[in-house]
Design a protein around this ligand. Structure first.
Ligand code: FES
Ligand code: MG
Length: 573
């Protein structure tokens, strides 16, 4: 079906001169009529064997293409750098902004009228959405879906979550090495991304909550045939979206972000979503701050009983009703902007108003939640003037108000060196403080904030202590872990000044994070402070450290904030 108005791609494929010849001739192997002005759909694929969570994406892309062809579009798949959480060092987060540039420039530079983003593993989601948002074409996201539940000796085990648990048990001497190894193949046993409510699952829920994906995008397991159908339907729908000129900016409104923040509270979602949402909002020019996260998330009860906050996994969540059931629940409790528009052209409420909850263990009733005050809490104080975050639903209630003495580590290497030292002056009331692991510090803000406990304490059966850092933690992790302390230590934030033995006060209810050291003493320490040596100068890492913003701005590059649109660039020949 041709549209009345000429599309962006016509500037490449529509001309009769030498340029049109060049653009068409080199495409090879397509019938002539695909260049008749029909919507050209770019399928942005993060397939890679080095990103095992996205390794099934070739088939997904083929299904999207079927839908695009059926609807009268012309699908063209293109690769971008893929970020696999488990293999990329020093951390996939270092490259999120790089990939977003890859995506943005690939879309703008090519004859593309609409985009389908194929994402799965953690950073593949925000990087693609950020890049596409800076272009603002009609865009639809298809998530790759979670793995099937892990099964180990007839018990359910969750991605990541049980790695931390097994690792602590092994260090405490209650799990043998052969058992630890056996668990590996039991955890990851099908295609898909982490199936606990880690960052990938949380971001897949965000895709659906923001209205960027079709209903049930978040939870259909990767190997379930309905995932293929969803991809097929997405292909059909993106062609219509181009005809309707339904751009990202009409979907990604302030209301959509508010819905997403509340959903993250209800699902017990990852702390990483905070960073990614701020970065995405910056690209589409929606005013969103860390403060919004605290205010909007504060009263949302966590009702989805999934690891790491709860008991079940994404497969169970899908069978229980998936995200539509949560959106309906929020809508019925006055916590959803019902008019927010979604990619299928309907409002979010039209999509979910009849959604069912088939399992009240997995999706619990509001009056019997996993945590009454879910969401993400933003702490402030002289230790984190620009904020820090904690996920109370994954923390120990008795530590949410705590005063303890710091055991401070200058780097992750320093931590590794000292943590098993029997001479280390530490007990379960101590607070482990890790510095220089923020955006500039590591660089890339790695997921090391949930430092393992000292072995002597683990052997006594203790499994949680307060931990504070400028790092992130895996969305699959748990514990009383305060993260994203801003400004970070490497740029001279107060975290850099903490010393062993300092008293620190945490009061999550009061939103407080206080270093109990006098201003005079802190000033003296500041004048003695030396900026840590940058590990790699020049290259991408040099650019990263020069231009990355702090966590309260989503750790995007300062020069990437904003929507630059998709005006047609100058001709190439
Ligand atoms: Fe890919 Fe967790 S490692 S989603
Ligand atoms: Mg992760």
């Amino acid at each position: 079906m041709k549209t009345g108005k000429s599309l962006r791609s016509a500037a490449w494929f529509g001309s009769a001169d030498k340029d049109g010849f060049i653009h068409r001739s080199w495409m090879r192997g397509y019938p002539e009529d695909v260049f008749d002005g029909r919507p050209v759909i770019g399928i942005c694929n993060t397939w890679s064997e080095l990103t095992p969570c996205n390794a099934h994406f070739r088939e997904l892309a083929e299904r999207v293409k079927r839908g695009v062809w059926e609807a009268g579009g012309f699908p063209l798949e293109f690769p971008v750098m893929s970020l696999g959480e488990t293999n990329i060092r020093p951390t996939a987060m270092l490259f999120r902004n790089l990939v977003s540039m890859d995506v943005e420039e690939s879309i703008r530079a090519n004859p593309i009228d609409g985009v389908v983003l194929l994402c799965g593993c953690d950073k593949t989601v925000p990087s693609l959405i950020m890049g596409a948002a800076s272009c603002d074409l009609p865009t639809l996201v298809v998530s790759g879906g979670p793995m099937l539940n892990g099964k180990f000796r007839n018990t359910m085990i969750g991605s990541g979550t049980d790695v931390w648990r097994f690792s602590e048990d092994a260090r405490a001497g209650i799990l043998s090495l052969p058992e630890f190894r056996e668990a590996e193949v039991c955890m990851s046993r099908s295609a898909g991304h982490c199936m606990s409510m880690g960052t990938a699952s949380s971001m897949a829920c965000m895709v659906e909550a923001l209205g960027l994906g079709l209903p049930q995008n978040a939870a259909i397991p990767a190997p379930d045939s309905r995932r293929l159908t969803l991809a097929h339907l997405a292909g059909r729908r993106i062609v219509e979206m181009v005809h309707e000129d339904l751009r990202m900016s009409r979907i990604l409104t302030r209301q959509a972000f508010e819905n997403a923040i509340r959903v993250n509270g209800a699902i017990g979602g990852s702390t990483n979503v905070v960073l990614h949402s701020l970065a995405i909002a910056g690209r589409i020019e929606v005013d969103l701050s860390l403060h919004d996260w605290d205010v909007l998330g504060r009263d949302v009860a966590t009702v989805v009983d999934l690891m790491p906050s709860g008991r079940f996994l994404m497969e169970d969540f899908y069978y229980a009703g998936g995200l539509p059931a949560i959106l309906r629940l929020l809508g019925e409790n006055g916590l959803l902007h019902r008019d927010a528009l979604t990619v299928n052209g309907k409002t979010i409420w039209e999509n979910v108003q009849h959604a069912a909850n088939w399992n009240s263990e997995v999706i619990r009733p509001v009056d019997n939640p996993v945590a009454a005050h879910g969401g993400i809490t933003v702490l402030r104080g002289n230790l984190a003037p620009d904020g820090a975050v904690i996920k109370p639903s994954a923390a120990s209630p008795h530590l949410l108000r705590h005063r303890g003495r710091a055991v401070a580590f200058d780097s992750i290497e320093h931590y590794r060196q000292r943590i098993a030292d029997p001479e280390l002056d530490v007990d379960e009331n101590s607070i482990l403080v890790l510095k220089n692991c923020g955006p500039c510090g590591y660089p890339g803000m790695p997921e090391v904030g949930n430092m393992g406990l000292p072995p002597g304490i683990l052997r006594r059966g203790i499994r949680d202590m307060v931990r504070i850092s400028d790092a992130r933690m895996s969305g699959t992790a748990y514990g009383t872990v305060i993260l994203h302390v801003t400004p970070e230590a490497a740029v001279g934030g107060p975290l850099a000044l903490v010393r062993d033995g300092d008293w620190i006060e945490v009061d999550v209810e009061a939103r407080k994070l206080h270093l109990d050291v006098s201003d005079e003493e802190l000033a003296a320490r500041r004048s003695a402070w030396k900026k840590p040596e940058q590990r790699m100068k020049g290259g991408y890492q040099g650019l990263y450290v020069d231009r990355v913003m702090q966590a309260d701005r989503g750790a995007d590059f300062d020069f990437l904030v904003g929507c630059r649109g998709a005006d047609i660039p100058r001709e190439s020949h």
